[in-house]
Design a protein around this ligand. Structure first.
Ligand code: NAP
Length: 235
């Protein structure tokens, strides 16, 4: 399967190219594009995008013009850009996820199941990242909390609990730890008075996002037009 990488000069683009060139499954590289996708004349089966949300308009119109499935791993889209993606997904298959890790997708599903099975449990999320990360809590921790809220809508988020107050039974605590060189850890703790379940995902390398994007591309090329997420792939 021939992959056109968009955002090729970036950290994730380089990681993706390396994995493909190292012979991951049966993938091959059809092109490595940074900003000038319109000039690409080669053949591809799917585009994988790890670039910048500001490229959306151009990228999406190219994919529609060439009728190419598109995996969007880039994050930070505004409403207009998301609408552009949504409109295009009526014509071509598009896969979009702010976290391409299959393990995180599985963590979401397991956490939702645990929360449904133990409806009276307290739920806390702890995330750990390297000391250079700017945003806290991580987008993935918020995504986990939002997914859990879908099965227990009464939950309210308590970001970085502090002060002198008892825990509310309908809160989900979200805590951010920053130290050293940790690639990324997310832990969902679900506990009652009598038992605790801890679900934990540890990322060892950024390449897990690149691998996840390739698995998404594999899934996407046999789909009809539509907008797909991790849930569609592993749900
Ligand atoms: N979904 C996931 O699991 C996941 C995981 C990791 C990262 N990401 C996201 O993937 C994206 C890339 O991350 P990264 O760490 O690789 O970033 P990066 O190192 O900053 O690379 C960004 C890439 O996008 C290109 N670019 C920047 N602005 C552009 C524009 N306006 N039009 C077209 N191309 C543009 C850059 O080209 P130049 O070299 O010319 O600037 C570069 O190739 C980010 O949105 C990040 O949040 C997602």
């Amino acid at each position: 399967m021939k992959i056109l990488v968009h955002g090729a000069s970036g950290r994730m683009g380089k990681e993706l190219i390396k994995i493909i060139e190292d012979g991951y499954k049966s993938f091959s590289l059809s092109g490595a594009i940074t900003r000038d996708i319109d000039n690409f004349q080669g053949q591809a089966d799917c585009i994988i995008d790890f670039s910048n949300h500001m490229a959306t308009e151009n990228l999406v119109s190219y994919a529609v013009k060439k009728k190419l499935p598109l995996v969007i791993a880039t994050t930070g889209h505004n409403e207009d850009e998301f609408n552009t993606i949504n409109d295009a997904s009526k014509i071509i298959p598009i896969f979009m996820s702010a976290n391409m890790s299959l393990g995180i997708a599985l963590l979401v599903e397991l956490a939702k199941k645990a929360v449904l099975t133990m409806p009276d449990a307290d739920i806390e999320i702890i995330e750990k990242h390297h000391n250079r990360k700017l945003d806290a809590p991580s987008g993935t921790a918020l995504m986990l909390a939002n997914e859990i809220k879908k099965v227990k809508p009464e939950l309210e988020f308590n970001l970085g609990r502090s002060g002198y107050e008892k825990r509310d039974r309908n809160e989900i605590g979200i805590h951010a730890i920053r130290l050293g060189n940790i690639v990324g850890e997310h832990e969902v703790i679900i506990g009652t008075d009598t038992q605790t379940i801890t679900l934990k995902h540890q990322a060892h390398s950024r390449s897990l996002f690149a691998e996840g994007a390739l698995v998404a591309a594999e899934f996407l090329i046999s789909q009809d037009a539509g907008l797909y997420s991790m849930h569609d792939m592993i749900g």
